[in-house]
Design a protein around this ligand. Structure first.
Ligand code: HEM
Length: 207
């Protein structure tokens, strides 16, 4: 199992919030979706999530650029097989570089850019059917906690940006936010995100 299933969701949440703070246009657009679907008198609830299409695109795009498990989990081939032009003998340890696949310029236009709109009208989902987007792996040994993980990420991100506006400390510009990754079995931010909230919802946020 991947190091701490809650850590994986927390890391995905921190990356998504970092991308939103770094891209104020996307943050504003997501806040507008939340305003129109949920309103400003109550918090986002789990039952709202299926109506939040832009939120879904934002989280897909964040998981594409910042997979929590950049090399998935090592797999072993059960039989001899060919992958493209490569022969993989039986019982090889196979490591899939999902990070590189999800930034591959032959699969993605402007691959390095955080651009959730690339998923508009696209059928690419997170279930591992589309091999260019595999933050939860693919096939029989893909992540069994995907639904729980996705719900945690969707609900937390949407509540945090619906309830609060965010700015960086010391008048730092959003473009200056450091996005350095710590590359290993899991891929958290090298330095935790530090940001200052100000309340925007009309109701009490502790209700
Ligand atoms: C956003 C959150 C999460 C992400 C991005 C994530 C991602 C992944 C990835 C990439 C793998 C490896 C798949 C492969 O090698 O093909 C994996 C495996 C696994 N995950 Fe998750 N995960 C998340 C949350 C969770 C949660 C919440 C749980 C449990 C409640 C969980 C339980 C597991 C287990 C048990 C495996 C090993 C499956 C196996 O080897 O058959 N994950 N996860």
């Amino acid at each position: 199992m991947l190091a701490g299933s809650i850590d994986t969701s927390a890391t995905a949440i921190e990356w998504t919030l970092s991308e939103l703070i770094k891209n104020p246009r996307v943050m504003k657009k997501l806040q507008m979706e939340l305003e129109s679907v949920v309103g400003m008198e109550r918090k986002v609830e789990e039952s709202d999530l299926e109506k939040l299409e832009y939120l879904d695109m934002v989280i897909k795009e964040s998981m594409r650029l910042h997979p929590v498990a950049p090399l998935l989990i090592p797999h072993e081939s059960r039989e001899d097989c060919m992958v493209g032009e490569f022969f993989i003998p039986k019982r090889s340890k196979v490591i899939v570089n999902a990070w590189a696949i999800m930034r591959d310029p032959s699969a993605w236009d402007d691959a390095e850019k955080f651009w959730p709109e690339r998923f508009e009208g696209s059928s690419i989902d997170l279930k591992g059917h589309d091999f260019e987007l595999i933050p939860f792996g693919s096939g029989r040994r893909s992540c069994p906690g995907m639904q729980l993980g996705l719900t945690l990420v969707r609900l937390t991100v949407s509540q945090v940006v619906h309830c609060f506006d965010w700015k960086l400390p010391n008048n730092m510009l959003s473009s200056e936010l450091d996005m350095t990754e710590e590359f290993g079995l899991s891929m958290p931010r090298a330095n935790h995100l530090l940001a200052i909230p100000s309340q925007r919802l009309h109701c009490h946020t502790d209700s």
